[in-house]
Write a protein that binds this ligand. Structure first.
Ligand code: CA
Length: 330
């Protein structure tokens, strides 16, 4: 769990994302939350077509009222060894199938991995990194700079499933499955690592129909954006028997930005299967059986009401940009 942020302190941070649906909402949190100082968005191969992910990131920044303020860097366009694993069956185009106005902001020329290494040097021991897609960009950065874990203050990862089912296969959660070699490299690299997993998501980060209705009733431009972008995921989740829409990425971002939302974490030795016949990408969350030194803090319980309340406040603000961050007063 992150150390509490002193009042008035903002996190210099990078959001590494395979931008579709819930990634967009996590990005909104990093753009608008008063504790966040988002320096960059780095995009990694994942959920949907790579160019679409870049566009989804730019649309989200534009919709937040901060167009042109936060650079978007294109990162690795496929996994280290296994090409690209689509999740378009879950997320559609990741922007709700809607024709949003084309943002005037364009992606940067600098590669995401270079930008990440540069920002880690510029904000050594201060930069927080939130990863809500496959871990390819971070693994590539580690190949170039083995000291990266010492330069990053906190690494928050959405990935794996803590002694629970997977989602893309019975055994594996999507982010770890899509690049298991990268996930394995990152969990063993020595970061100050916190993990939000798929099991916690299904227990505590599903928005019910009643909560989604409350978000719609906010009537703001951001609640409108949320409703449209969330619709395909909600429809897919219903077919999977989940009573609402799932928000693992949004939860991961907010557990960093509001440590008071975290009620319980435990230390685990985490590892990732890279050779299983039916268990590729399976995440081992060992509570001590293997006798290995823990390498991650795993969030096990959150203040769910507080989580939903923060999301309502973020989406409920009619104004955007800097004014919004002040008015939220979280
Ligand atoms: Ca994601």
């Amino acid at each position: 769990m992150s150390a509490p942020v002193p009042s008035g302190t903002r996190h210099p941070m990078v959001l590494d994302t395979d931008t579709a649906a819930d990634d967009c909402f996590a990005m909104l949190a990093c753009l608008l939350h008063p504790a966040a100082d988002l320096k960059a968005v780095t995009v990694v191969a994942g959920n949907v077509n790579f160019e679409q992910q870049l566009e989804n990131a730019l649309i989200t920044i534009e919709q937040s009222g901060r167009g042109g303020e936060v650079p978007v860097y294109p990162g690795c366009r496929e996994s280290l060894m296994r090409g690209w694993t689509s999740a378009e069956n879950v997320h559609g185009d990741g922007k709700g199938g809607h024709s949003w106005p084309k943002p005037s902001q364009r992606p940067e020329r600098e590669h995401a991995v270079q930008a990440l290494l540069r920002l880690a040097d510029e904000h050594a021991q201060e930069l927080d990194l939130v990863c809500i897609g496959p871990l390819t960009n971070v693994a590539a950065a580690l190949i170039l700079d083995r000291e990266l874990p010492q330069k990053v203050r906190e690494l928050y990862v959405m990935g794996g499933s803590n002694n629970f089912r997977g989602n893309i296969t019975p055994a594996a959660e999507y982010n770890f499955y899509a690049d298991p070699e990268a996930a394995r490299a990152v969990v063993h690299a020595g970061f100050n690592l916190t993990i939000v997993d798929w099991g916690l998501t299904l227990r505590q980060a599903v928005f019910s129909d009643a909560e989604l209705e409350r978000i719609a009733e906010l009537g703001t431009s951001l609640s409108h954006f949320f409703g449209i972008v969330n619709a395909p995921t909600l429809e897919f989740d219903r077919t999977a028997g989940i009573p609402g829409s799932t928000h693992p990425d949004l939860l991961t971002a907010l557990t960093l930005l509001e440590p008071s939302l975290v009620r319980r974490t435990s230390r685990y030795f985490v590892d990732v299967e890279t050779s299983g016949e039916m268990t590729l990408g399976y995440s081992v969350f060992d509570w001590g059986v293997l006798g290995r030194e823990p390498n991650a803090s795993v969030v096990e319980e959150i203040d769910r009401e507080g989580f939903v309340g923060t999301v309502m406040r973020l989406l409920g603000d009619e104004r955007t940009g800097g004014a919004s961050r002040e008015r939220l007063g979280i």
